[in-house]
Design a protein around this ligand. Structure first.
Ligand code: GRF
Length: 206
């Protein structure tokens, strides 16, 4: 009788991610949903927000993902050193391998950048290096661009200045308002961010 060796493939390791956000959390929602469905090989281990009322915290609660509030009372555009050190240690203790910024509205400093070198990514609603900063969709509209989009990039200490990983383009259509253009860009973001995370998880990005 012939016997067949049965080789059981090891379950693929899922990339452990931490998410930081300050707002609505529609990008986080796309990522958490895909992780839960098993269509994206990532495991969200911690969600943190500097805004106690942020939608991203409600999402984490609904998905059963560990979450918490970052309490910063001294600065608006960054965290004080001790608070950022605490954020880094919470992420490291959770076993986070990649930090995913999803609408996080503060600049990062040394405590986080050195704890996760080349392991923090962000999504921005323009084709960087064009239109860094706030309301990038409105900047594109005001500049009369025929095309804009979104960018996933590594995070450094600047505002939207890190190395670009990947971009997705969207047209600016006649009659667009800031709201319609923003909605079109966000729809592209919800495709692009999970796609880049898949590349990280499957080892196609450094
Ligand atoms: C996104 O448009 C992203 O590009 C920018 O902040 C926004 C966050 O939106 N960095 P949401 O909270 O994911 O809905």
């Amino acid at each position: 009788m012939q016997t067949t060796a049965c080789i059981i493939a090891p379950a693929m390791e899922r990339l452990r991610i931490g998410l930081l956000g300050s707002g609505r959390g529609s990008n986080a929602a796309a990522i958490l949903r895909a992780a839960r469905d098993g269509t994206l090989p990532v495991e969200p281990v911690l969600v943190l927000s500097d805004n106690p009322d942020a939608g991203i915290l409600d999402l984490a609660r609904a998905e059963g993902v560990e979450h918490g509030v970052i309490r910063e009372h001294r600065f608006r555009t960054r965290l004080s050193e001790e608070v950022e050190k605490d954020v880094a240690s919470r992420l490291l203790s959770a076993g986070c391998e990649l930090v995913v910024l999803a609408g996080y509205m503060r600049l990062l400093k040394a405590p986080l950048l050195s704890a996760f070198p080349q392991r923090i990514i962000n999504i921005h609603p323009s084709l960087l290096p064009k239109f860094p900063g706030l309301e990038a969709w409105r900047q594109a509209l005001d500049a009369g661009e025929a095309e804009t989009g979104c960018t996933v990039h590594y995070v450094d200490g600047g505002m939207d200045t890190g190395t670009v990983i990947r971009q997705s383009r969207v047209p600016v259509l006649p009659g667009d308002t800031a709201a319609t253009l923003h909605a079109r860009i966000q729809a592209a973001e919800h495709q692009l961010y999970p796609a880049v995370l898949r590349d990280f998880a499957e080892g196609r990005l450094p």
